[in-house]
Design a protein around this ligand. Structure first.
Ligand code: B12
Ligand code: SF4
Length: 492
């Protein structure tokens, strides 16, 4: 029995554009969900994992499979349906799972034979058995199991083309921030895997660098922090010699022992959601931790830096609380906090979130020709109607933010400080250049949308900006040049 597991590409996701920005080759991440699915698959199935971000094969030329499984975040849904159509036209059954199919099951069922909603561990074997016996049902609902039942992912199946391996040690988040899908998908209870199983899996990862995909590696309570320390101690003891990056809340800065253990275990960088430089913005997204009284962000980041750990700061642009000038304000806040890399994103209503429900009921979803428009849900495009900005204005804010934070001068300063502090200067340099390159790719795409000219300024003549453009075959802009409807909807 032959099984293909496919991660669809979306050329509008800048990280996937390795050809356009060579720095991205260090930032293509493995589709971990498919590697977990492979681990759950009985041996009678011959598995091929295909990550279109690395290479899109000619499916017609490949042997016909007995079953295809497709994963998708929302931004990949469009391509997922294209792939499904191609296989189904050859009589192959297609199952879709992952976060988008879970949030939009009815939609997905129009394009695939079966949808697995939620986490797959409890149902995947049944799906395979049903497929083998020709009794595939249309929907399977996965339960949220204790993570002791999650097997180590099959890292042996995708070995080439990635600088980073990846691993998951916990699932779930009780905070349920308005824009985030995690609490709805993985639940509000923080679950963690047995530490011995995590260590075994880490040993099976070939890459020296690892992304720990947990949404919050240190959790929220004292017990969670104690677990994180135990994990780091086990990593040190196992002498894994891996370098890794992770995601956490700013609370990671409050425990020196935790930081010291993380650094000793190989932590080089932590991704922290600051979300907004204003108290009103933080209240709006419901990021409770960041509004704690007395939080001094620069001091917190200095404490993290003391352990030679880089900080990636993430901010959202387009909140109702955001006023004109927010782009520069975010860039300045990130610089003054001392973050090493800034990840600024447009407020995006993702299906299944509280933000989606709110914006839908307020008729504020602008990119809404579904499923086609899902490809813009990369957080790099304005997809909503923002309170104080037109699409062109919010893009201007993003450009101002990127230009300021990622100016050559500022990058030089940050990398020099990493060098002096012995804080992974090479990682800092590659990340800064990759973000700078991607900001440029995004500007080119905005220009193709007709909202900006290709130097990134606001266009006074949209049709001229569009007819002048000749997108290259590889350019993600090629997908936008013909998308007049999207532009009209944005302008409404
Ligand atoms: C790692 C990660 C990334 C990596 C991607 C690595 C990769 N190629 O998968 C990077 C950094 C590239 C990334 C990028 C983005 N990400 Co991201 N990312 C995550 C993160 C933190 C972990 C994902 C993961 O590996 N989970 C571990 C695996 C084991 O779980 P899983 O994938 O859910 O798989 C399980 C089930 O879903 C199911 N399943 C999955 N696929 C399939 C397929 C079949 C056939 C079946 C049966 C079952 C099944 O089985 C698995 C086992 O239970 C999640 C948060 C989260 N907790 O999920 C956000 C998340 C998935 N990302 C999100 C977003 C928005 C993005 C971006 C669009 C924006 C951005 N700038 O971050 C981009 C777009 C990427 C793209 N290609 O389109 C959102 C997605 C929401 C949505 N509705 O789409 C999430 C949920 C975060 C959030 N705060 O809301 N991301
Ligand atoms: S943004 Fe982070 S803290 Fe907020 S709900 Fe999502 S995972 Fe939890």
């Amino acid at each position: 029995m032959r099984l293909y597991l496919i991660n669809p590409k979306n050329p509008l996701v800048s990280l996937a554009n390795i050809r356009e920005s060579r720095w991205n080759r260090y930032r293509v991440w493995k589709p971990l969900g498919l590697l977990v699915l492979a681990a759950l698959t009985p041996p009678e199935w011959e598995i091929t994992v295909i990550d279109e971000n690395v290479d899109t094969p000619d499916y017609e030329a490949m042997p016909k499979p007995d079953l295809v499984g497709i994963t998708a975040f929302t931004s990949q849904a469009c391509r997922a349906y294209e792939i499904a159509r191609a296989f189904r036209s050859r009589g192959v059954k297609v199952v879709m799972g992952g976060i988008h199919a879970t949030a939009c099951t009815e939609e997905a069922l129009q394009y695939v034979d079966a949808v697995v909603s939620g986490e797959a561990e409890s149902v995947w074997k049944t799906v395979l058995d049903d497929a083998r016996h020709g009794t595939l049902k249309t929907t399977y609902v996965g339960e949220r199991l204790d993570l002791a039942q999650v097997p180590p992912a099959r890292h042996d199946l995708l070995t080439k083309g990635y600088a980073f391996g990846s691993i998951q040690t916990t699932r779930g988040c009780p905070l349920n921030c308005s824009f985030c899908s995690v609490s709805a998908f993985n639940g509000t209870r923080y679950r963690h895997r047995p530490i011995a199983s995590v260590i075994e899996e880490l040993k099976s990862i070939g890459e020296k660098w690892v992304l720990v995909v947990d949404d919050n590696l240190i959790g929220m309570s004292d017990a969670h922090v104690a677990r994180a320390k135990e994990l780091f101690r086990a990593m040190i003891q196992a002498d894994l010699r891996k370098k890794w990056i992770c995601q956490a809340t700013i609370n990671i800065a409050d425990d020196d022992e935790l930081l010291a253990l993380a650094a000793q275990a190989g932590c080089c960088g932590v991704f922290i959601g600051f979300e907004s430089p204003t108290a009103e913005g933080l209240a709006e997204v419901g990021k409770k931790f960041n509004v704690l009284r007395g939080r001094d962000f620069p001091a917190s980041i200095r404490r993290i830096h003391r352990h030679n750990i880089l900080v990636v700061g993430s901010f959202i642009m387009g909140l109702d609380a955001d006023e004109p000038g927010i782009g520069l304000r975010i860039a300045k806040a990130a610089s003054s906090y001392g973050v090493d890399i800034l990840n600024a994103l447009f407020l995006t209503p993702l299906p299944g979130t509280r933000l989606w429900d709110q914006m839908k009921s307020d008729d504020r979803i602008a990119a809404r020709r579904f499923p086609k428009d899902w490809r813009y849900y990369t957080l790099g495009f304005p997809t909503a109607r923002y309170k104080h900005f037109t699409s062109a204005q919010i893009i201007e804010e993003m450009n101002a933010c990127d230009r300021s934070f990622y100016s050559r001068w500022n990058i030089g300063g940050r990398v020099a400080r990493s060098l002096l502090g012995l804080r992974h200067p090479l990682l800092s340099l590659v990340s800064n250049l990759s973000y700078r390159g991607n900001a440029r790719l995004n500007r080119r795409a905005y220009a193709q949308l007709g909202l900006l000219d290709d130097r990134g300024r606001k266009s006074h003549c949209r049709s001229a900006a569009r007819s002048d453009s000749r997108p290259s075959a590889h350019s993600h802009a090629a997908h936008l040049a013909v998308d007049g409807e999207f532009q009209a909807e944005q302008a409404r």
